[in-house]
Design a protein around this ligand. Sequence first.
Ligand code: ZN
Length: 318
Amino acid sequence: MAGGQWRDRTGKGLRALAACLLLAAGASQPLKAGGKINVVATTSDLAALATEVGGDKVSVNAIARGYQDPHFVEAKPSFLLNLKRADLLVAVGLELEAGWLPPLVTQSGNARIQPGGPGYLDASQFAEILEIPTAPVSRAMGDVHPLGNPHFWLDPQNGQRIASGLAQRLAQISPGDAAYFQARLGDFKRRLGEAERRWDERMKPYRGRKVVTYHRSWPNFVKRFGLQVADYVEPRPGIPPSPGHVVELMALMRRDRIKLILVEPYFDLKTPQSVARETGGVVVVLMPSVGGNKDVGDYIRLFDYDVDLLVKAFQQTQ
Ligand SMILES: [Zn+2]
């Protein structure tokens, strides 16, 4: 299991190394003295939130791009360079990054950003987590959501909670800038609140509507906006659709008159398109992350974009 591997890789040898590095760095000194705080976020969404709160006191790098499947990211040498000099690593957690992040963090040799270190922040601790399994889930079965749904940033309330957590941690790293981070957080909350009222107004006519989604990326989003997911193109998270499952899905969509199939930009559109053709539905390529295309440059614009696409698709299929 990936979780076990993580623990093995960060075993005794690494802890000893981490201890040496901490001593060498002078563990009793302030975590950050002067200059910008180097933040590495595993996803573009966490990077966007860190930028909202950190402003010009931080230099933020994202690892996964907004158009990539965050479960499967190919490691590049540049990631390691950024991790080596990071003051803060912000991760989604819930094993979203289990397939690619642990070896990078270990190889970085950066004691600060090891799990449990002062520069490691697991964003899932601040968020409302849905779909927490009630029975043990084995990754060997291919399920990529073993600890609950890791796509929680798609509820703006979770975005706000994560931003608050970031402000707190950034203030610990650079206490002199605490008031600056709080002011930025306050401004972000105010703009997000205004945007939420706008989104609620637009989505109100479609409350209770059923949709189909490709991957289980949207439970927090649909809960927030009052939609329902009737079924998924993937039979289980991370498992491609089988012909039998597709037949059942089409029967369900016809029976319940479900018209929208929401697909993330990194999945093959062939199956969703053929399902839509057979059932009189439409495929909507929603953006699950900031930077998925040029129109979703920040966290608020991500929801502007998705709400706009959804409203148009509901109108088109009335
Ligand atoms: Zn997922």
